[in-house]
Design a protein around this ligand. Structure first.
Ligand code: NCD
Length: 340
């Protein structure tokens, strides 16, 4: 794939070599994310960071990634704070915003909306989540994290055994990650969800058609045995038709230290796209796992900055120049990056 000037809308755009290229650039970004050096390679460039759904880490990490490359960030965080609330079309909004920016990151509650927006944009658009459909940058940072965790155990991704747990119906992070992993060989998927929240049938068929093993479970414990990666997700309550529909699922699957120790291998990596639902009655991922060295959730969030910097660098065609603009950091900085 040619990254330069491309919209990043779906993981379907990526082949293995593209991912390898992206990950090599992401590795190169670590010194900046670590505050060992600074670079101004995107000085003068403007990112419009448009988030029409709640977000903490995706929005801030896209913004930080652009700032770390030396660019400036303009932001809108609510539908009601933009003219979309006055009935303006995605087409008009895209024509307007693309006149103000060099690149746009967008999250929107409707599936397909970001692609519709991108079709009218004059600058590249990155999908930061379109309803229940896709979340490509999350899947890329998850895959990068999986690769680092597996490499630290002397392994690669081919032959990976992964359990995806929770709301697999509405979870866009899961949809994108499953598809992205599907381009590797011989992946063993355990899809573990309460009845009614199973993964879309066409996604499962697609994975099977590529020769992967897919097994579905509606109970937590059998659904997490014998895996390298345990990827837990939150019930996407905001996507249910009514709150009562969502309430039925709250707290059904909870991973805690006791369940992990009894059912998982000693090396099984625990991941979650976050946010996790920490309300007492939910807790799909318990705080008593904090001491477990296999808990990779904050390595994932740190890796998100590297992946988003790499996407900007490749799409805006500065990947080869980043180090030319590097300078020493002049302020006190605690080393802040978490590695396996
Ligand atoms: C995910 C999302 O928004 O899809 N969060 C994220 O971007 N890290 C998952 C979620 O909201 O549960």
């Amino acid at each position: 794939m040619d990254f330069v000037g491309s919209h990043i809308l779906s993981v379907d755009q990526f082949g293995r070599e593209d991912v390898e290229r992206l990950f090599a650039v992401a590795d190169d970004m670590r010194i900046y994310a670590d505050r060992a050096r600074i670079t101004r390679v995107l000085q003068g460039a403007i990112l419009s960071n448009m988030f029409f759904e709640p977000s903490t880490r995706t929005r801030i990490s896209f913004g930080c990634a652009f700032n770390l490359l030396g660019g400036d960030v303009r932001e809108t965080t609510e539908l009601k704070a933009s003219s979309l609330a006055k009935g303006e079309s995605l087409y008009d909004t895209a024509r307007v915003l693309s006149g103000y920016s060099d690149i746009i990151v967008m999250r929107h509650p409707e599936a397909g909306s970001v692609a519709e927006f991108a079709a009218a944009s004059r600058v590249p658009v990155i999908n930061a989540g379109d309803g229940p459909n896709e979340h490509p940058s999350q899947a890329l940072l998850d895959l990068y994290t999986i690769l680092k965790e597996m490499e630290s155990r002397g392994r690669g991704i081919d032959g990976l055994r992964i359990a995806l747990v929770g709301d697999l119906k509405y979870g866009r992070a899961v949809h994108s990650l499953c598809k992205l992993l599907g381009m590797y060989d011989n992946i063993h998927y355990k899809l573990t969800s309460p009845i009614g929240l199973g993964a879309p049938a066409e996604m499962i068929e697609g994975l099977k058609a590529r020769g992967h093993e897919v097994r579905e479970y509606d109970q937590l414990e059998p659904g997490i045995h014998n895996v390298d990666i345990l990827y837990v997700t939150r019930t996407q309550e905001e996507r249910f038709p009514t709150q009562e529909d969502a309430d039925r699922y709250r707290g059904l699957f909870r991973l805690n230290n006791a369940i992990y120790t009894e059912n998982c291998e000693p090396n099984t990596v625990i991941m979650h796209p976050l946010p996790r639902d920490s309300r007492t009655e939910a807790r799909e991922l318990d705080d008593d796992l904090f001491q477990n060295p296999n808990l990779a959730i904050f390595r994932q969030t740190d890796n998100g900055v590297l992946i988003r910097m790499a996407l900007f660098a490749l799409v805006l065609d500065v990947a080869q120049n980043v180090h030319n603009h590097a300078q020493p950091v002049t302020w006190y900085t605690a080393r802040r990056f978490t590695k396996v």
